[in-house]
Design a protein around this ligand. Structure first.
Ligand code: DSN
Length: 402
């Protein structure tokens, strides 16, 4: 608790949940087995589990305009795997974004077991200076490899994808469209980024604990209710066992919070803060991949900016209580555990109430630390300043008054 309160959390996929969500995660729903779905369970005694799961489902559908919601995936990776199992036969092809261009391990990275079962073809940005995608090239590849799933989504891409163009390509080759919006779910729920369902996407997968600010977990949504039946079968009994009911209850609470108008204000401020911090860095000569951001995160080329690897920046900032992660940059020549970049984002600090003015202060702390990284006394002094700065911004669930 002290670490979270006295430090600045800039990991783009992390957040602080509300006291209500936190409290719900620790309830006696933990004690109940509930294999199956509301009204169709294998064990008795489900009057309350049915009520909370139905509430979570209905709120999720409303939040994202979905025809069907499965709230049982334990996390984002199993949500993606369940979709593959629901729609593919062994050997079928999925097209997804390359990891070093912002995609995700579960979108077909060779280290994952899914690549032993299915064939993954990866696409990349056309222009890393702007983040523009090459949709003509994507179409040519799709016509050639005939994917069963065309997958949009990312964990380190600072721009928006053109879902309508991807849907048109998928329709031409008869592919199902799937968006993994784990990172941006809260920005879509908060009406700040485009909802892939509005462009006709078939499936959305997401985690619930990033910008959506809920408990650690996953979810699968479909636009048409009919497709949801296949998804449900794949999640249970196809892949998972008993649902984690206290987390599903906490998802219901978080979705209720995200349906409130103030969540839209929160989502708007995340992006304002992100754009402001990105502009601050660029004004100070820092090299951002795609030269800016449209969402909650930015990717910095540390080698180009400061002549040091991402890991050294991560370790330096850890010493002044600022946390972010080293990250690959597009077509990185370095290794994943020692990449050239860093990734940072504004969801958690925005939850603490920080705004554009605080972004300048944070940016200055970071640049000073990197510049003075060999000076222990300077870093110790900066660490005290960062702690004093942070303590002005209460953390939900830790500080009593929020
Ligand atoms: N670990 C998550 C992230 O930070 O993006 C997704 O895998």
């Amino acid at each position: 608790m002290r670490r979270q309160r006295d430090g600045v959390e800039l990991i783009a996929s992390e957040n602080y949940i509300s006291p209500a969500v936190l409290e719900t995660m620790g309830t006696v729903f933990n004690n109940k087995y509930a294999e199956g779905y509301p009204g169709k369970r294998y064990y008795g005694g489900q009057e309350f589990t049915d009520a909370v799961e139905t509430l979570a489902i209905e709120r999720a559908k409303k939040l994202f305009g979905a025809g069907h919601a499965n709230v049982q995936p334990h996390a984002g990776a199993p949500a993606n795997v369940a979709v593959y199992f629901a729609l593919l036969e062994p050997g079928d092809t999925v097209m997804g974004m390359d990891l070093s261009h912002g995609g995700h391990l579960t979108h077909g990275h060779p280290v994952t077991y899914m690549t032993k079962i299915f064939r993954f073809v990866r696409y990349k940005m056309k222009d890393v200076e702007t983040g523009a995608m090459d949709y003509d090239e994507m179409r040519r590849t799709a016509l050639e490899v005939k994917p069963k799933i065309l997958l949009a989504g990312f964990s380190a891409y600072p721009r928006e994808l053109d879902y309508a163009k991807m849907k048109a390509i998928a329709d031409e080759v008869g592919a199902v469209t799937m968006a993994d919006m784990a990172h941006i779910a809260g920005l879509i729920a908060g009406r700040q980024l485009r909802n892939p369902f509005d462009d006709g996407f078939d499936i959305i997968t997401t985690t619930t604990h990033k910008t959506l600010r809920g408990p650690r977990g996953g979810m699968i949504l479909t636009r048409e209710a009919e497709l949801g039946k296949k998804i449900d079968k794949a999640v249970f009994p196809g892949f998972q066992g008993g649902p984690i009911m206290q987390m599903i209850a906490a998802k219901a609470v978080a979705f209720g919070e995200a349906l409130k108008p103030e969540f839209q204000t929160y989502a708007m401020q995340i992006i304002r803060n992100s754009k402001h911090l990105a502009a601050f860095f660029m004004d100070h000569g820092v090299k951002l991949v795609t030269n800016g951001t449209d969402n909650h995160l930015m990717l910095i080329d540390a080698v180009a900016s400061w002549g040091i690897a991402g890991g050294e920046v991560e370790r330096t900032l850890d010493r002044i209580n600022i946390t972010l992660n080293k990250n690959m940059i597009p077509d990185d020549q370095r290794k994943p555990m020692d990449p050239s970049g860093i990734r940072l984002g504004t969801p958690a600090i925005t939850t603490r109430g920080m705004k554009e003015g605080e972004m300048d202060i944070l940016g200055n702390f970071m640049l000073r630390a990197i510049e003075q990284r060999g000076d222990d006394a300077a870093l110790a002094s900066l660490r005290s300043d960062v702690t004093a700065f942070c303590q002005q911004f209460p953390v939900p669930g830790i500080d009593r008054h929020c």
